[in-house]
Write a protein that binds this ligand. Structure first.
Ligand SMILES: Cc1cc2nc3c(=O)[nH]c(=O)nc-3n(C[C@H](O)[C@H](O)[C@H](O)COP(=O)(O)OP(=O)(O)OC[C@H]3O[C@@H](n4cnc5c(N)ncnc54)[C@H](O)[C@@H]3O)c2cc1C
Length: 315
């Protein structure tokens, strides 16, 4: 309690204090008649049969929400190449969804990467999320001899393979390996100028971080959509560890929200849904109408948050 409130509390009645105390705006609602946002969902290729079942339950639960596309990640060092391809091919063959395949520069020559891209094209996949990728844990990234060096080079290479729709990564809090925030923004512009059609951001928890980043993108001459990546926090301890690696800051208020829920998964899930819903509604109230969800192959939080955003299942 701040001093002003403590002082007035001692002299005012409760109602006077409520009616004269500090005010915040109400959490905004979508205006009537305003269309619901466009969504995309990200999945990871499963490592085991049990995880495969979990992934497909997740896909089937989210499919009726008619996302614009669903993307499948590519494991570090290209380690999931076959599983990514199999998942993307099955999405294309067995669902009504539009799949996008993540592809990285790591551990492969340009010819090998181009060959993977050609395989996607032949399987009818027309959307690639083009990334540099990372070195294995504990190692510095170094381009493969004869490989694409950075994501911008990969985007240019993909353009030569086929007329793909290409998404790239953006970092509202700057990529941890970037020389500076300006250099990182220049890099984003290079990726878009090389032929990418959209950027998807690393996740963030503070909506103002993203909105300020949009201002910087616009000032840098970027006009392509920079779609916010939303991570519903199903496991706070894990999110904390991952955030330290990928350079996403975890505000103290977020830690305070999850404090005490370590052994209480039910409360944790409700807290996670409320937190992510407030985040996306704030962005929505600021004009953002496209969202990319990191589902972690779990549908429930994403489904609930999509519902709150106004997205409903379609026949
Ligand atoms: C939406 C999203 C999806 C992702 N999916 C995957 C995935 O499926 N698999 C995976 O392994 N990883 C994935 N990642 C993580 C990503 O691979 C890492 O963040 C990686 O470290 C950078 O990839 P990038 O495509 O942003 O690289 P780049 O855009 O190439 O940038 C990498 C770094 O190099 C700098 N840089 C770029 N060009 C130059 C240059 N010419 N000279 C000097 N510096 C330069 C940039 O500023 C940046 O610091 C994803 C990230 C996001 C945000």
């Amino acid at each position: 309690m701040n001093h002003a409130i403590a002082t007035s509390a001692s002299t005012c009645t409760t109602l006077e204090r409520w009616l004269t105390g500090p005010r915040v705006d109400a959490v905004p609602m979508r205006a009537p008649g305003h269309p619901p946002p466009l969504l995309s969902f990200e999945f990871s290729p499963p490592r085991t049969e049990a995880l495969e079942t979990q992934l497909w339950q997740c896909i089937r639960r989210l499919e009726p929400l008619h996302p614009r596309f669903v993307s499948v990640t590519y494991g570090a060092g290209g380690s999931t190449q076959a599983r990514t391809h199999a998942t993307v091919a099955r999405l294309a063959a067995e669902t009504s969804l539009t799949p996008a395949a993540h592809l990285t520069c790591v551990g492969a020559t340009r010819d090998e990467v181009d060959e993977v891209a050609r395989g996607y094209w032949q399987a009818g996949v027309r959307h690639i999320v083009a990334l540099r990728g990372d070195a294995p844990p504990g190692e510095e990234y170094a381009p493969h001899p004869g490989g694409y060096e950075y994501a911008a080079d990969l985007v240019a290479g993909l353009r030569r393979v086929g007329d793909f729709e290409i998404s790239v990564a953006a970092y509202p809090e700057t990529h941890p390996g970037a020389v500076s925030a300006e250099a990182d923004l220049d890099n984003l512009k290079r990726k878009l100028d090389a032929g990418a059609t959209r950027a998807i951001t690393q996740y963030f928890f503070d909506a103002t971080v993203f909105l300020r980043f949009l201002d910087r993108c616009l000032a840098a001459g970027i006009s392509a959509p920079v779609v916010p990546g939303i991570l519903p926090v199903s496991n706070f301890a894990q999110a904390l560890k991952f955030s330290a690696l990928c350079g996403a800051s975890v505000p103290p208020w977020l830690a305070a929200l999850f404090e005490g829920t370590e052994k209480d998964p039910e409360t944790r899930r409700i807290v996670a849904a409320v937190q992510a819903a407030e985040q996306v509604r704030l962005l929505q109230a600021n004009g953002v109408d496209e969202f990319h969800f990191y589902t972690l192959n779990r549908p429930d939080l994403t489904y609930a948050i999509a519902h709150i955003l106004g997205v409903r299942p379609k026949e």
